[in-house]
Design a protein around this ligand. Structure first.
Ligand code: G3H
Ligand code: 13P
Ligand code: ZN
Length: 288
């Protein structure tokens, strides 16, 4: 089936109190693996590309790969296409032209008022074109910040500011910073605990669905608690990348004579599919 609009998936997630996995893709193989996991588990999901992926693959190419894979692979599974961490207004315009039903304006690095202004501009443009918009308030620690978790509190989302941000920007979904961290370092050095009290306070003040970025490596029990407190989209990238590249390493080192890319990529796709399927079950988005 063709891609669906994210608003339909979010409606079901809000009603059913589950979360949609938002899985990053960079290529054909990861896209197919995500779609196959969605189909086998009758799951709804978001498939997302970043500006770095657009630079890598080309916007039209990656968008057409995702659209065609959805048409060919999905019968009972459903997927919506989203721009992850849009920093440039131009990316938002281009992705909307390319048929995305959801974009993110990530101006979370800017001071509060400037974040509001940049996000509001993107939201208004998206809404004029019938597209959903995600904003982010609070800053996630990056790879290099992960060891300074104590100092990270200053960057966490403030519940009152979250309410003001949503009201002033008109975002459809809000990405929060509650101790979640992007990238690989947390997996190597230890995943910080989520501030679930903060999430609860944000949930009381904000009515739009909440988004949890940097969710690779967060234990299942914490994820389930976060879903109970209003998280409706959960972003996973690093665990997918690890499944893919660990498989490539294993296959290539196991057979020094291998030279057919398909022989290397097929097991990598299967490993990605397993990771995605597992997340869909944990998030409650399978068989929906
Ligand atoms: O949160 C960011 C995503 O993992 C995207 O990463 O910009 O390297 O594609 P990327
Ligand atoms: P991880 O790479 O930590 O899973 O984060 C993914 C993400 O937030 C994409 O926006
Ligand atoms: Zn992210």
């Amino acid at each position: 089936m063709p891609l669906v609009h994210i608003k339909n998936l979010l409606k079901d997630a809000s009603r059913g109190k589950f979360a949609l996995g938002a899985f990053n893709t960079q290529n054909l193989e990861t896209t197919l693996a995500i779609m196959r996991a969605a189909e086998k588990n009758r799951a709804s999901c978001v498939i997302q590309v970043s500006e770095a992926t657009i630079d890598y693959a080309g916007l039209e190419t990656i968008a057409e790969i995702v659209k065609t894979a959805a048409k060919k692979e999905l019968k009972r599974g459903r997927a919506a296409l989203h721009l992850d961490h849009g920093k440039k207004f131009e990316s938002i315009v281009n992705c909307i032209k390319a048929g995305f039903s959801s974009i993110m304006m990530d101006a979370s690095h800017l001071p509060f008022k400037e974040n509001i202004a940049a996000t509001k501009k993107a939201v208004q443009y998206a809404h004029k074109h019938g597209v959903f918009a995600q904003g982010e308030l609070g800053r996630l620690a990056g790879v290099e910040d992960v060891v300074r978790v104590a100092g990270h509190e200053a960057f966490m989302t403030h519940p009152d500011e979250a309410a003001e941000f949503v009201k002033k920007t008109g975002v459809d979904t809000l990405a929060v910073s509650i101790g979640n961290v992007h990238g690989i370092m947390k997996i190597r050095k230890g995943v910080p605990k989520l501030d679930l009290e903060r999430l609860k306070e944000i949930g009381k003040k904000v009515k739009v669905p909440l988004v949890l970025h940097g969710a690779s490596g967060i234990p299942e029990e914490e994820i389930k608690k976060a879903i109970k407190l209003g998280i409706r989209i959960i972003n996973i990238d690093t665990e997918i990348r690890l499944a893919f590249t660990n498989s490539l390493r294993t296959t290539l080192s196991g057979d020094k004579n291998i030279f057919d890319p398909r022989k290397v990529l097929t097991p990598a796709m299967e490993e990605v599919e397993k990771v995605v399927a597992k997340k869909m079950k944990i998030f409650g988005s399978a068989k929906k």
